[in-house]
Each structure stands twice: as structure tokens, then as C-alpha cells.
Design a protein around this ligand. Structure first.
Ligand code: FNR
Length: 211
């Protein structure tokens, strides 16, 4: 197993990061107990380099999106999720793929986060994607759909590297531990890039706010 990379070994010092900690809300778009996507998210949390904290959020208590609830008082699970995302430095969505698209469970969360329109928790929120499927394309299509949605929500999305874990059933053991070495190394690279990108996004945000 490869250890999580230290950002300092990748030319990043605490000074170049410009901050001490980056906090990301991580959401897996599956309710399944043995979900490969949750397993991937938990692996990422474990492998995150120093300075990057991934806080795992579950979607099981989120009701189906209904605009009426917005008017009548949003459910507590929605309010909590919005507030967690607002206060975080970024969002990490780990998506399955159902019928060549984003599963309803995850799209539902994106829809809740996108409202109310002018106070959306997704407005300007740096977002990154990963995904695992048992098929060969490793959620390429569902990730592509999410990227489209983030155009409307005005959320910058990290472009590369793309984490498309294909044939997921061959890459995790029965306990949901990531056992595939190349995938392990690639997640480490992804997380290092994510930390660098989030640090840049944070600097851009700070300088824009100071105008
Ligand atoms: C799937 N699966 C699937 N896989 C894929 O690569 N492309 C697809 O379009 C679909 N479509 C699809 C539809 C439905 C309804 C189900 C239940 C499954 C397989 C899917 O990748 C697999 O079940 C994953 O294990 C789901 O992710 P979690 O729950 O393990 O995170």
C-alpha cells in the first residue's frame, strides 16, 4: 500500500497552501450498505494528505425534493446539509451510475443544495467528482451529467484527474477496503491535486471578496 502523499513532497508547503486546513464535505450517491462509492469515499478520507479533511455526509435522511417544503420550512436534514456545504471549502461527490445517468438519490441532494436560488450552497462552491461502477465506463456518463448541472449552479468543478473506477467489484474486498494498488495510487494523486486546486480556489475567492 502507498502512503498518503505529503503535500510538502509535492512542492507544496503550508505557506504555498496559504492556509492550515481545507475542509471538504464528501457525499456518496448511494444508500446501499455495501456501496462501492461509499467505500471509495471512505478510502479517500483515509488517504487524504495532511491539511485536507474529508467530512463524510450521508443522504439517507434527505427527503425527496419538493419546492413546497422550501416555503413551509425546510426539513432539518436539508438545512444541516446546506449549512455544512456552505461552511466547507469544497464538495466531493462520489457518484454511482444508474441507467447511464446520475442516481436519483444524488441528483436529489444536488437539487436541494441548489435552492433557494440566490442563496444556493452550490454558488461558487469548488466541487470535485469521483465515481465507481461495476461497468466498464466507471461512471463517465453520470459524472458528465453532474458537470452539466454545475454549469447552472455556478460551481467550479475540478477538471482533472478524472476518477472513473470501473469494475469496482474487483477493486474492493468484502469489507469495502480498496485493494487495487493502481486505483489506490491514483486516488492519492487525485487528492493531492484536489488539495492544490482547493487552495487555489480559496485564494481566488479571497482576492475577489476583497475588491
Ligand atoms: C446499475 N449499474 C450500472 N453501472 C454502470 O456502469 N452503468 C449503468 O448505467 C448502470 N446502471 C445501473 C442501473 C441500476 C438501477 C442499478 C441498480 C445498477 C451497476 C452499478 O454500477 C452498481 O450497482 C454499483 O455497485 C452501484 O453503486 P454502489 O451502490 O455500489 O455505490
Amino acid at each position: 500500500m502507498v502512503d498518503a502523499p505529503d503535500l510538502r513532497e509535492n512542492g507544496m508547503t503550508d505557506r504555498s497552501l496559504g492556509l492550515t486546513t481545507l475542509r471538504v464535505i464528501g457525499i456518496a450517491g448511494s444508500l446501499r450498505a455495501a456501496s462501492f462509492n461509499r467505500a471509495l469515499l471512505l478510502a479517500a478520507r483515509e488517504l487524504a494528505p495532511p491539511g485536507l479533511i474529508i467530512e463524510v455526509w450521508e443522504l439517507k435522511d434527505l427527503p425527496l425534493f419538493n419546492e413546497d417544503l422550501e416555503r413551509d420550512g425546510v426539513p432539518i436534514a436539508v438545512a444541516d446539509l446546506r449549512s455544512a456545504v456552505r461552511s466547507a471549502d469544497g464538495l466531493l461527490l462520489v457518484t454511482p451510475e444508474y441507467n447511464h445517468g446520475v442516481p436519483g438519490v444524488l441528483k436529489n441532494a444536488v437539487d436541494w443544495l441548489s435552492q433557494p436560488l440566490r442563496q444556493s450552497a452550490l454558488e461558487g462552491k469548488p466541487t470535485a467528482l469521483m465515481g465507481a461502477s461495476t461497468g466498464l465506463a466507471g461512471t463517465a456518463r453520470s459524472q458528465s451529467q453532474l458537470r452539466q448541472a454545475f454549469v447552472l449552479t455556478n460551481s467550479p468543478v475540478m477538471q482533472q484527474p478524472e476518477v472513473l473506477v470501473a469494475r469496482a467489484h474487483e477493486k474492493f474486498d468484502a469489507m469495502g477496503r480498496l485493494t487495487d494498488q493502481p486505483t489506490h495510487q491514483f486516488i492519492c494523486l487525485f487528492l493531492t491535486r484536489l488539495a492544490q486546486w482547493l487552495a487555489r480556489q480559496k485564494r481566488i475567492g479571497t482576492s475577489a471578496d476583497s475588491y
